[in-house]
Design a protein around this ligand. Structure first.
Ligand code: PLP
Length: 391
Protein backbone atom coordinates (compact mmCIF):
# COMPACT_ATOMS: atom_id res chain seq x y z
CA UNK A 1 0.00 0.00 0.00
CA UNK A 2 1.31 3.51 -0.86
CA UNK A 3 1.80 5.87 2.06
CA UNK A 4 -1.09 8.36 2.32
CA UNK A 5 1.20 11.39 1.88
CA UNK A 6 2.89 9.89 -1.17
CA UNK A 7 -0.48 9.24 -2.84
CA UNK A 8 -1.76 12.74 -1.99
CA UNK A 9 1.48 14.37 -3.20
CA UNK A 10 0.88 12.74 -6.58
CA UNK A 11 -2.62 14.20 -6.68
CA UNK A 12 -1.34 17.64 -5.69
CA UNK A 13 1.29 17.45 -8.49
CA UNK A 14 -1.50 16.79 -10.99
CA UNK A 15 -3.39 19.81 -9.67
CA UNK A 16 -0.23 21.89 -10.17
CA UNK A 17 0.27 20.57 -13.72
CA UNK A 18 -3.26 21.72 -14.56
CA UNK A 19 -2.53 25.21 -13.21
CA UNK A 20 -5.20 24.69 -10.54
CA UNK A 21 -3.07 24.68 -7.40
CA UNK A 22 -4.31 27.03 -4.66
CA UNK A 23 -2.79 28.42 -1.51
CA UNK A 24 -3.88 30.88 1.14
CA UNK A 25 -2.53 34.38 1.55
CA UNK A 26 -2.32 36.01 4.94
CA UNK A 27 -4.01 39.33 5.59
CA UNK A 28 -1.83 41.23 8.05
CA UNK A 29 -4.17 44.19 8.49
CA UNK A 30 -7.82 45.19 8.82
CA UNK A 31 -10.20 44.99 5.83
CA UNK A 32 -9.82 48.33 4.06
CA UNK A 33 -9.29 48.88 0.33
CA UNK A 34 -5.53 49.01 1.03
CA UNK A 35 -4.19 46.10 3.07
CA UNK A 36 -0.98 44.42 4.11
CA UNK A 37 -1.05 40.95 2.53
CA UNK A 38 1.81 38.51 3.17
CA UNK A 39 3.74 41.57 4.31
CA UNK A 40 3.15 43.50 1.05
CA UNK A 41 0.98 46.60 0.68
CA UNK A 42 -1.79 45.85 -1.80
CA UNK A 43 -4.98 47.48 -3.04
CA UNK A 44 -7.69 44.84 -2.70
CA UNK A 45 -10.15 44.35 -5.56
CA UNK A 46 -11.41 40.95 -4.46
CA UNK A 47 -13.28 41.38 -1.22
CA UNK A 48 -17.01 40.91 -0.58
CA UNK A 49 -17.02 43.90 1.75
CA UNK A 50 -19.15 45.80 -0.78
CA UNK A 51 -20.19 48.63 1.52
CA UNK A 52 -17.03 48.74 3.62
CA UNK A 53 -18.89 47.63 6.76
CA UNK A 54 -16.53 44.84 7.90
CA UNK A 55 -14.39 47.36 9.73
CA UNK A 56 -16.99 50.03 10.40
CA UNK A 57 -16.57 51.40 13.95
CA UNK A 58 -20.32 51.19 14.63
CA UNK A 59 -20.23 47.43 14.07
CA UNK A 60 -17.04 47.03 16.07
CA UNK A 61 -18.50 48.90 19.07
CA UNK A 62 -21.77 46.94 18.88
CA UNK A 63 -19.82 43.65 18.91
CA UNK A 64 -17.49 44.83 21.67
CA UNK A 65 -20.33 45.79 23.99
CA UNK A 66 -22.01 42.40 23.62
CA UNK A 67 -18.69 40.55 23.88
CA UNK A 68 -18.32 42.02 27.36
CA UNK A 69 -21.89 41.15 28.30
CA UNK A 70 -22.27 37.70 26.70
CA UNK A 71 -18.70 36.39 26.30
CA UNK A 72 -17.09 34.94 23.23
CA UNK A 73 -18.84 31.70 22.32
CA UNK A 74 -22.51 30.78 22.14
CA UNK A 75 -21.86 27.45 23.96
CA UNK A 76 -24.37 25.32 22.10
CA UNK A 77 -26.78 24.87 19.24
CA UNK A 78 -29.77 27.18 18.95
CA UNK A 79 -32.04 24.42 20.24
CA UNK A 80 -29.94 23.88 23.37
CA UNK A 81 -28.07 26.78 25.03
CA UNK A 82 -27.06 28.88 22.01
CA UNK A 83 -30.16 31.03 21.43
CA UNK A 84 -29.85 34.53 22.92
CA UNK A 85 -31.83 37.79 22.79
CA UNK A 86 -29.38 38.89 20.09
CA UNK A 87 -30.20 35.95 17.82
CA UNK A 88 -33.86 36.78 18.32
CA UNK A 89 -33.40 40.50 17.64
CA UNK A 90 -31.29 39.87 14.56
CA UNK A 91 -33.82 37.44 13.10
CA UNK A 92 -36.57 40.02 13.58
CA UNK A 93 -34.37 42.65 11.94
CA UNK A 94 -33.58 40.42 8.95
CA UNK A 95 -37.28 39.60 8.49
CA UNK A 96 -38.14 43.30 8.54
CA UNK A 97 -35.28 44.14 6.14
CA UNK A 98 -36.29 41.38 3.75
CA UNK A 99 -39.99 42.18 4.27
CA UNK A 100 -40.90 38.63 5.21
CA UNK A 101 -42.84 37.27 8.19
CA UNK A 102 -39.85 35.64 9.82
CA UNK A 103 -36.18 34.66 9.47
CA UNK A 104 -33.81 32.00 10.78
CA UNK A 105 -30.07 32.32 11.33
CA UNK A 106 -27.57 29.68 10.27
CA UNK A 107 -23.83 29.73 10.99
CA UNK A 108 -23.07 30.55 7.36
CA UNK A 109 -24.73 31.13 4.01
CA UNK A 110 -23.27 27.81 2.92
CA UNK A 111 -25.09 26.01 5.71
CA UNK A 112 -28.32 27.91 5.03
CA UNK A 113 -28.34 26.70 1.41
CA UNK A 114 -27.48 23.14 2.36
CA UNK A 115 -30.07 23.19 5.17
CA UNK A 116 -32.92 24.40 2.95
CA UNK A 117 -32.21 22.17 -0.02
CA UNK A 118 -31.59 19.02 1.99
CA UNK A 119 -34.79 19.40 4.02
CA UNK A 120 -37.49 21.10 1.92
CA UNK A 121 -37.73 19.03 -1.29
CA UNK A 122 -38.67 15.38 -0.67
CA UNK A 123 -38.32 12.11 -2.57
CA UNK A 124 -40.59 12.37 -5.62
CA UNK A 125 -39.89 16.10 -6.01
CA UNK A 126 -37.53 17.76 -8.46
CA UNK A 127 -35.17 20.71 -8.04
CA UNK A 128 -34.50 22.84 -11.11
CA UNK A 129 -31.13 24.45 -10.54
CA UNK A 130 -29.28 27.07 -12.59
CA UNK A 131 -26.09 25.76 -14.21
CA UNK A 132 -23.96 28.39 -12.44
CA UNK A 133 -25.46 28.15 -8.97
CA UNK A 134 -23.06 28.41 -6.03
CA UNK A 135 -21.32 25.27 -4.72
CA UNK A 136 -23.42 25.35 -1.54
CA UNK A 137 -26.61 25.04 -3.62
CA UNK A 138 -25.08 22.17 -5.55
CA UNK A 139 -24.08 20.44 -2.32
CA UNK A 140 -27.58 21.00 -0.89
CA UNK A 141 -29.07 19.39 -4.03
CA UNK A 142 -26.66 16.45 -3.65
CA UNK A 143 -27.91 15.87 -0.12
CA UNK A 144 -31.57 16.13 -1.09
CA UNK A 145 -33.71 13.04 -1.70
CA UNK A 146 -35.33 14.90 -4.60
CA UNK A 147 -33.91 14.69 -8.12
CA UNK A 148 -32.02 17.65 -9.55
CA UNK A 149 -32.19 18.93 -13.11
CA UNK A 150 -29.82 21.65 -14.21
CA UNK A 151 -31.06 24.33 -16.63
CA UNK A 152 -28.78 26.53 -18.75
CA UNK A 153 -27.59 29.68 -17.03
CA UNK A 154 -30.46 32.25 -16.75
CA UNK A 155 -32.02 30.66 -19.86
CA UNK A 156 -35.75 31.08 -19.31
CA UNK A 157 -36.64 29.04 -22.41
CA UNK A 158 -34.68 26.11 -21.03
CA UNK A 159 -36.25 26.55 -17.59
CA UNK A 160 -39.73 26.59 -19.16
CA UNK A 161 -38.90 23.50 -21.22
CA UNK A 162 -37.73 21.66 -18.10
CA UNK A 163 -40.82 22.77 -16.16
CA UNK A 164 -42.97 21.27 -18.94
CA UNK A 165 -40.96 18.05 -18.87
CA UNK A 166 -41.28 17.62 -15.11
CA UNK A 167 -45.08 17.77 -14.79
CA UNK A 168 -45.18 14.25 -13.34
CA UNK A 169 -43.12 15.11 -10.26
CA UNK A 170 -44.95 15.72 -7.01
CA UNK A 171 -43.47 19.20 -6.41
CA UNK A 172 -41.04 21.42 -8.27
CA UNK A 173 -38.53 23.80 -6.74
CA UNK A 174 -36.63 26.36 -8.80
CA UNK A 175 -33.40 27.44 -7.14
CA UNK A 176 -31.13 30.25 -8.24
CA UNK A 177 -28.46 32.65 -7.06
CA UNK A 178 -29.84 36.24 -7.11
CA UNK A 179 -26.47 37.59 -8.30
CA UNK A 180 -24.14 34.91 -9.64
CA UNK A 181 -20.89 34.87 -7.74
CA UNK A 182 -18.49 34.16 -10.59
CA UNK A 183 -20.33 35.82 -13.49
CA UNK A 184 -21.93 38.86 -11.88
CA UNK A 185 -25.19 38.16 -13.75
CA UNK A 186 -28.58 38.88 -12.17
CA UNK A 187 -31.23 36.14 -12.20
CA UNK A 188 -34.39 37.46 -13.97
CA UNK A 189 -36.64 36.94 -10.96
CA UNK A 190 -39.58 38.73 -12.60
CA UNK A 191 -39.70 36.07 -15.32
CA UNK A 192 -38.86 33.28 -12.92
CA UNK A 193 -41.71 34.12 -10.57
CA UNK A 194 -44.14 34.12 -13.52
CA UNK A 195 -42.89 30.72 -14.62
CA UNK A 196 -43.06 29.43 -11.05
CA UNK A 197 -46.68 30.58 -10.74
CA UNK A 198 -47.66 29.20 -14.16
CA UNK A 199 -46.16 25.78 -13.44
CA UNK A 200 -47.03 25.64 -9.72
CA UNK A 201 -43.39 25.57 -8.66
CA UNK A 202 -41.71 27.15 -5.62
CA UNK A 203 -38.96 29.72 -6.07
CA UNK A 204 -35.86 29.69 -3.83
CA UNK A 205 -33.33 32.53 -4.19
CA UNK A 206 -29.84 32.69 -2.71
CA UNK A 207 -29.36 36.43 -2.31
CA UNK A 208 -25.79 36.26 -0.95
CA UNK A 209 -24.33 38.91 -3.27
CA UNK A 210 -27.50 40.99 -3.70
CA UNK A 211 -28.30 41.64 -0.03
CA UNK A 212 -27.32 45.22 0.78
CA UNK A 213 -26.51 45.84 -2.87
CA UNK A 214 -29.50 45.50 -5.21
CA UNK A 215 -32.81 47.35 -4.98
CA UNK A 216 -33.71 50.86 -3.88
CA UNK A 217 -33.06 49.99 -0.21
CA UNK A 218 -30.54 47.21 -0.77
CA UNK A 219 -33.08 44.54 0.16
CA UNK A 220 -31.84 42.33 -2.67
CA UNK A 221 -32.95 40.79 -5.95
CA UNK A 222 -36.60 40.58 -4.84
CA UNK A 223 -36.74 44.34 -4.29
CA UNK A 224 -34.83 44.98 -7.55
CA UNK A 225 -37.58 43.20 -9.51
CA UNK A 226 -40.47 43.98 -7.13
CA UNK A 227 -41.22 40.32 -6.43
CA UNK A 228 -41.38 38.03 -3.38
CA UNK A 229 -39.82 34.57 -3.81
CA UNK A 230 -41.09 31.76 -1.56
CA UNK A 231 -37.71 31.30 0.13
CA UNK A 232 -34.91 33.89 0.41
CA UNK A 233 -31.50 32.71 1.55
CA UNK A 234 -28.68 35.08 2.38
CA UNK A 235 -25.37 35.59 4.04
CA UNK A 236 -24.13 38.20 6.49
CA UNK A 237 -20.57 37.72 5.24
CA UNK A 238 -20.67 40.01 2.21
CA UNK A 239 -22.24 43.51 2.13
CA UNK A 240 -23.31 43.18 5.78
CA UNK A 241 -19.67 42.71 6.70
CA UNK A 242 -19.93 40.06 9.43
CA UNK A 243 -20.47 36.28 9.42
CA UNK A 244 -23.43 33.94 9.31
CA UNK A 245 -26.29 32.98 7.04
CA UNK A 246 -30.07 33.24 7.11
CA UNK A 247 -33.32 32.16 5.55
CA UNK A 248 -36.22 34.61 5.32
CA UNK A 249 -39.81 33.63 4.57
CA UNK A 250 -43.13 32.74 6.16
CA UNK A 251 -43.59 31.74 9.83
CA UNK A 252 -44.41 28.21 8.69
CA UNK A 253 -41.27 27.95 6.55
CA UNK A 254 -39.09 29.06 9.46
CA UNK A 255 -40.84 26.72 11.90
CA UNK A 256 -40.29 23.86 9.44
CA UNK A 257 -36.57 24.63 9.00
CA UNK A 258 -36.04 24.99 12.74
CA UNK A 259 -37.35 21.44 13.09
CA UNK A 260 -35.92 19.81 9.98
CA UNK A 261 -32.82 21.58 8.64
CA UNK A 262 -29.92 19.51 9.92
CA UNK A 263 -27.40 22.31 9.40
CA UNK A 264 -29.48 24.42 11.78
CA UNK A 265 -30.15 21.73 14.37
CA UNK A 266 -26.65 20.26 14.61
CA UNK A 267 -24.57 23.46 14.55
CA UNK A 268 -23.30 25.65 17.32
CA UNK A 269 -25.10 29.01 17.19
CA UNK A 270 -23.33 32.15 15.96
CA UNK A 271 -21.63 34.16 18.73
CA UNK A 272 -24.06 36.78 20.16
CA UNK A 273 -21.49 39.57 19.55
CA UNK A 274 -21.55 38.78 15.82
CA UNK A 275 -25.36 38.98 15.92
CA UNK A 276 -25.10 42.43 17.54
CA UNK A 277 -22.65 43.64 14.88
CA UNK A 278 -24.92 42.28 12.13
CA UNK A 279 -27.88 44.06 13.71
CA UNK A 280 -25.92 47.33 13.66
CA UNK A 281 -25.02 46.71 9.99
CA UNK A 282 -28.67 46.26 9.06
CA UNK A 283 -29.54 49.53 10.79
CA UNK A 284 -26.86 51.28 8.73
CA UNK A 285 -28.07 49.47 5.63
CA UNK A 286 -31.44 51.13 5.93
CA UNK A 287 -29.76 54.50 5.37
CA UNK A 288 -26.87 53.47 3.13
CA UNK A 289 -28.24 54.93 -0.10
CA UNK A 290 -25.14 57.07 -0.71
CA UNK A 291 -22.81 54.12 -0.12
CA UNK A 292 -24.71 52.17 -2.79
CA UNK A 293 -24.60 55.14 -5.16
CA UNK A 294 -20.81 55.32 -4.74
CA UNK A 295 -20.54 51.58 -5.21
CA UNK A 296 -22.43 51.61 -8.51
CA UNK A 297 -20.60 54.63 -9.84
CA UNK A 298 -17.33 52.71 -9.21
CA UNK A 299 -18.76 49.63 -10.93
CA UNK A 300 -19.88 51.61 -14.00
CA UNK A 301 -16.53 53.33 -14.38
CA UNK A 302 -14.50 50.11 -14.23
CA UNK A 303 -16.79 48.12 -16.54
CA UNK A 304 -16.97 50.88 -19.15
CA UNK A 305 -13.23 51.51 -19.24
CA UNK A 306 -12.26 47.81 -19.35
CA UNK A 307 -14.65 47.22 -22.27
CA UNK A 308 -13.21 50.26 -24.07
CA UNK A 309 -9.74 48.73 -23.67
CA UNK A 310 -10.98 45.59 -25.45
CA UNK A 311 -11.50 43.18 -22.56
CA UNK A 312 -14.39 40.73 -22.47
CA UNK A 313 -16.18 41.74 -19.30
CA UNK A 314 -19.02 39.48 -18.26
CA UNK A 315 -22.09 40.08 -16.12
CA UNK A 316 -24.74 42.70 -15.37
CA UNK A 317 -24.34 45.87 -13.36
CA UNK A 318 -23.18 44.37 -10.04
CA UNK A 319 -20.00 44.78 -7.96
CA UNK A 320 -18.74 41.45 -9.37
CA UNK A 321 -16.74 42.20 -12.53
CA UNK A 322 -15.34 39.10 -14.23
CA UNK A 323 -12.71 39.79 -16.90
CA UNK A 324 -12.43 36.75 -19.14
CA UNK A 325 -8.92 35.44 -19.79
CA UNK A 326 -9.65 31.84 -20.87
CA UNK A 327 -6.59 29.74 -20.12
CA UNK A 328 -5.93 28.93 -16.42
CA UNK A 329 -2.19 29.50 -16.60
CA UNK A 330 -2.60 32.86 -18.37
CA UNK A 331 -5.12 33.94 -15.77
CA UNK A 332 -2.59 33.08 -13.05
CA UNK A 333 0.16 35.04 -14.83
CA UNK A 334 -2.18 38.03 -15.16
CA UNK A 335 -3.05 37.88 -11.45
CA UNK A 336 0.65 37.61 -10.56
CA UNK A 337 1.44 40.70 -12.65
CA UNK A 338 -1.35 42.60 -10.93
CA UNK A 339 0.07 41.53 -7.59
CA UNK A 340 3.60 42.63 -8.54
CA UNK A 341 2.03 46.04 -9.12
CA UNK A 342 0.35 46.07 -5.73
CA UNK A 343 -3.13 44.89 -6.73
CA UNK A 344 -4.71 41.88 -5.04
CA UNK A 345 -7.12 40.25 -7.49
CA UNK A 346 -6.92 36.44 -7.57
CA UNK A 347 -7.47 34.42 -10.76
CA UNK A 348 -10.55 32.21 -10.73
CA UNK A 349 -10.05 28.82 -12.36
CA UNK A 350 -11.83 25.47 -12.77
CA UNK A 351 -13.51 23.79 -10.97
CA UNK A 352 -14.97 27.11 -9.70
CA UNK A 353 -15.64 28.13 -13.34
CA UNK A 354 -15.91 25.94 -16.48
CA UNK A 355 -12.79 24.86 -18.41
CA UNK A 356 -11.52 27.58 -20.76
CA UNK A 357 -13.31 30.31 -18.81
CA UNK A 358 -10.64 31.25 -16.29
CA UNK A 359 -10.91 34.86 -15.34
CA UNK A 360 -9.74 37.73 -13.24
CA UNK A 361 -12.66 38.39 -10.93
CA UNK A 362 -12.69 41.94 -9.71
CA UNK A 363 -15.00 43.02 -6.95
CA UNK A 364 -15.54 46.66 -6.18
CA UNK A 365 -16.63 48.37 -2.98
CA UNK A 366 -18.05 51.78 -2.10
CA UNK A 367 -14.75 52.50 -0.32
CA UNK A 368 -12.48 52.36 -3.38
CA UNK A 369 -11.24 55.85 -4.20
CA UNK A 370 -11.07 57.30 -7.75
CA UNK A 371 -7.29 57.20 -7.46
CA UNK A 372 -7.32 53.48 -6.64
CA UNK A 373 -9.68 52.77 -9.51
CA UNK A 374 -7.60 54.79 -11.99
CA UNK A 375 -4.51 52.91 -10.89
CA UNK A 376 -6.29 49.55 -11.39
CA UNK A 377 -7.35 50.60 -14.89
CA UNK A 378 -3.82 51.75 -15.79
CA UNK A 379 -2.44 48.38 -14.68
CA UNK A 380 -5.05 46.48 -16.74
CA UNK A 381 -4.03 48.59 -19.71
CA UNK A 382 -0.31 47.95 -19.61
CA UNK A 383 -0.45 44.32 -18.42
CA UNK A 384 -3.01 43.50 -21.12
CA UNK A 385 -0.71 44.99 -23.76
CA UNK A 386 2.38 43.29 -22.38
CA UNK A 387 0.62 39.88 -22.49
CA UNK A 388 -0.92 40.59 -25.94
CA UNK A 389 -4.44 40.31 -24.56
CA UNK A 390 -5.55 43.71 -25.80
CA UNK A 391 -4.39 45.91 -28.69
N1 PLP B 1 -24.04 31.67 -1.84
C1 PLP B 1 -23.27 32.38 -2.68
C2 PLP B 1 -23.82 32.79 -4.00
C3 PLP B 1 -21.96 32.74 -2.31
O1 PLP B 1 -21.17 33.42 -3.13
C4 PLP B 1 -21.50 32.35 -1.03
C5 PLP B 1 -20.16 32.78 -0.55
O2 PLP B 1 -19.15 32.36 -0.73
C6 PLP B 1 -22.33 31.60 -0.21
C7 PLP B 1 -23.60 31.29 -0.64
C8 PLP B 1 -21.86 31.11 1.13
O3 PLP B 1 -21.96 32.11 2.08
P1 PLP B 1 -21.05 32.04 3.40
O4 PLP B 1 -19.72 32.56 3.03
O5 PLP B 1 -21.78 32.86 4.39
O6 PLP B 1 -20.99 30.60 3.80
Amino acid sequence: MVELDEWLSGRIDKTKELGLYRKVRTMNSAPFSKMLIDGQRQIVFSSNNYLGLANDRRLVYAAEKILHEFGVGSTGSRLTTGHTDWHQRLEEKIASFKQTENALLFSSGYLANVGVLSSLPEKGDVILSDQLNHASIIDGCRLSKAETLVYNHIDMDDLEKKLKETASYQRRFIVTDGVFSMDGTIAPLDQMISLAKRFHAYLIVDDAHATGVLGENGRGTGEYFGVHPDVVIGTLSKAIGTEGGFVAGSHVLIDFLLNHARTFIFQTAMPPAVCAASYAALEIMEESYTKRQRLFSNVKKIKTRLKEMGYIVKGDLTPIIPVLIGDSKEAVIFAEKLQENGLYVPAIRPPTVPDGESRIRLTVTSDHSSKEIDYLLDCFHFIGKELNMIR
